[in-house]
Design a protein around this ligand. Sequence first.
Ligand code: GTP
Ligand code: MG
Length: 535
Amino acid sequence: MLVTPAIQKEIQRRRTFAIISHPDAGKTTLTEKLLYHGGVIHETGEVKGKSGSKAVTSDWMELERQKGISITSSVMTFDYHDLRVNLLDTPGHKDFSEDTYRVLMAVDSACMLIDVAKGVEERTKKLYEVCRYRKIPIFTFINKLDREGKDPLALIDEVEKTLGMQCYPVTWPLGIGNRFRGIYNRITKEIMLYDQRREDVGDVTVIPFDPETQMHLLEDYLDTHSAQQVKDELELIEGALPPFDLAAFLSGEISPVTFGSAKQNFGVDIFLNFFSKYAPGPQPRETRDDKSVDPLSATFTGFVFKIQANMDRRHRDRIAFMRICSGKFERGMKVQHARLGRELRLAYSNQFVAADRETVDEAYAGDIVGVNDTGNFAIGDCVASHGTVLFEEIPKFAPELFAKLSVRDALKRIKMQEAVKHIAEEGAIQIIIDPLIGSQDPILGAVGELQFEVLVHRLRDEYGLEVTLNRLPYSVARWPRTKDGKSVSELKGSFQMFRDSNDQPVLLLNQEWDLNWAKRENPEVEFHTSITRAR
Ligand SMILES: Nc1nc2c(ncn2[C@@H]2O[C@H](COP(=O)(O)OP(=O)(O)OP(=O)(O)O)[C@@H](O)[C@H]2O)c(=O)[nH]1
Ligand SMILES: [Mg+2]
């Protein structure tokens, strides 16, 4: 059964997307400018701003502000014309990439940022591969045009060759760095003139421009060399490019490219307008039994892709971020929780702009709602208003760094254990227990160094705990399983077994070499890099 036409209309106006890239390309800066255009904020804070300037909205966590990098993904909802946009700003640093990968499970499209001077960087490449694998359509935004960088044609060529994806330039830059004079919008056949001194973002001079007959106009705005270069470039792309192929975009084969400067809020509105015209609405979701859930289905379904503790520290809250996959969400509704196998009432639900929240009474497929949680939800959990639904599993990375924590004030040990458990539920660190020692002194596993740094900082900042981290020599974690998926708690070859937070046996080893040995000794056992949270 499908939803009513009114609900259908709501679902179809949802656009949910993530901004992804290598660190520092300008994702958070672009996010801010998009929020500005969406009317959510009226003044944009400078990233890594000087003291006194307004802090960035989507980097709301204390440590993000100190370091000037994004540590955790952040959800922002705003209206733009007829659309309800759910935007997810993701961290670029590889130590937080698990968070970014999870976000990519929850979106229908992505905007990939490229720094004009740096081109396609390593993390961007990895994230692109995830999008490609999941067939997520990708917009490309080439950022920092106000700085010197690569020639646009060379960049397009680099994107096409390194990523193996075709580009469709929607706009074209007129000059770069000191010679940056504006952007030509190929769709509307207009030039937007760039003036760094302009007071208001709306203060942009727009002139109609037809490259077929008006190339001479370029000389009015650009120096002779740049004018000639742009002429040559435009002749080339106008002659060689077929019209925009929407189907090829939606299947992830071609990417529309816009140029701009997020910092100067230039070219951002062109991207947003193009996005609102072509970004796909909520897409069907695959389930574990190879079925597909139609977003317009009358049954409400959703899954949790992110958990965040202490967004509101005073209340020590815990928010489970849920992507709605089908139907309509109503606050207070009862849902079937697949992992727990029981009914649950979703009593408190919020919609977010970074850390600011508003109670939400209704939401629709495509939306992301933050449900206040008292411990019922784990990442990957699925809910449905009727029956049981299990969506694809969310990948979990094997930790590669291990440590133990000690707290200076011995009386605060219990408090520390609770705090660590709280933060571990977000999925950034994993708790592993040595059965001989017990749960009072756990081993912590992380994928990257920065996660440990964040943990120590948050324990101090959010819980008032001064802790010391003592690194352990392990570097490999594997979950031993039989061929038919049952856990194995004893291995041949005198290996010590640990237990994870779901009480599953896990093997910790110092190096890959030890793993090879374990495999040789136990040929009938499979050594998994991760297991699902669901028991
Ligand atoms: N000149 C110039 N600087 C920019 C532009 N966009 C962003 N920046 C600067 O680049 C730096 C990084 O910007 P962020 O927005 O924090 O980058 P990010 O991609 O969110 O970084 P992570 O979240 O840590 O991966 C900041 O100093 C910004 O001010 C731009 O268009 N021009
Ligand atoms: Mg950022």
